[in-house]
Design a protein around this ligand. Structure first.
Ligand SMILES: [Zn+2]
Length: 326
């Protein structure tokens, strides 16, 4: 991505954000959540190599755009992996029409929850933190776009996070892991409250949270997107709730990886935005948008590093144990 292209994108995203949100400023007011005991050293268990194997498996499927036959194979890999470590998986399935006149597409968000006592179905009342990623890849005509960083990196890391959390079942009950479909725009992004194009899965999920009243049970949400670049430079958007950016920077100091964390001067339109403005949950986007092959055929496995996945996985887990234990 050239810096010009990036600036155009950010300007565009900023326009959409301001246009769509002027009457809906996120209210990220702190609520009182009871202190829980957290496994402070669990972050050490997150393996970049194991995460990378899941990234490899997603990429090997080829392009995985929403509504395609291949994305169902991606769902099978995600679901089977989650179930293998004891997570129960809800398929949140719906139809939507991202581009009027072009017909409806079927979307499926995958939502994983854990029961320490293996109760079926798992309770939807224990979760306090959302960690999420999109798993669809952008539909690009004439280009074999496999989305190694944009789609697969965060998905693979989230599967590794599920494995690690499952080793501490009492703690795992506090998490809702969400794999969003339809993050990528079919045509171009529209405004985040009503769409219709782009962020389709996260908007649907956020509306369901709000309508069910479940949004109130969540203390925070963390979105991962494009976290596998060998040259890891997190560009935290400026809509990041200050408490969460401070918590991430503190985790970076503690783990010695602070140098990978930076702040961006603008918002970024991504799946955390519906969580903020529709579900009203303090939500951050851990994203490295400084990535040259973004939305090109060059977004391939060789640009990624297991070590970058490890750094983000460990940082996030350390931050979450700290925040939930407050
Ligand atoms: Zn993308």
């Amino acid at each position: 991505m050239s810096s010009i292209a990036r600036d155009i994108f950010f300007a565009f995203a900023l326009c959409l954000f301001i246009g769509g949100c002027k009457d809906a400023t996120p209210k990220c007011t702190a609520q009182n959540f009871p202190r829980i005991s957290t496994p402070a050293d669990l972050w050490k268990e997150f393996s970049g190599e194991k995460a990378f194997e899941h990234v490899r498996a997603q990429v090997a499927l080829g392009p995985r755009p929403s509504g395609s036959a291949t994305i169902e194979k991606a769902r099978t890999h995600i679901t089977d992996t989650l179930k293998a470590s004891g997570w129960q998986v809800e398929r949140q399935e719906f139809e939507d029409t991202p581009v009027p006149g072009k017909g409806a597409l079927r979307f499926v968000n995958l939502i994983a929850r854990f029961s320490a006592t293996a109760v079926q179905p798992v309770s939807a009342n224990t979760q306090r933190a959302i960690v999420c990623s999109h798993y669809d890849t952008k539909r690009m005509t004439g280009i074999n776009f496999v989305g190694a960083n944009d789609g697969a990196s965060s998905t693979g890391a989230l599967l590794e996070l599920a494995r690690v959390l499952a080793t501490t079942p009492q703690f795992a009950e506090y998490f809702e892991l969400v794999f969003f479909d339809g993050e990528e725009a079919v045509d171009k992004f529209s405004e985040p409250l009503d769409g219709p194009d782009g962020l389709v899965g996260s908007r649907h999920y956020a509306r369901a949270l709000r309508e069910s009243g479940r949004s109130k049970q969540f203390q925070l949400a963390v979105l991962w997107d494009m976290i596998g670049d060998k040259d890891l430079t997190v560009t935290l958007p400026n809509d990041t709730p200050p408490q969460l950016s401070s918590a991430l920077f503190a985790a970076g100091e503690k783990l010695g990886t602070r140098k990978h964390l930076g702040a961006y001067s603008d918002p970024i339109l991504d799946d955390h935005v519906p969580l903020q403005i529709i579900a009203r949950i303090p939500a951050m986007d851990i994203i490295d948008f400084d990535y040259e092959p973004w939305h090109t055929s060059g977004d391939t496995l060789d640009k990624l590093s297991p070590d970058s996945l490890r750094i983000i996985g460990q940082l996030t887990l350390s931050m979450l144990t700290q925040e939930l234990g407050k």
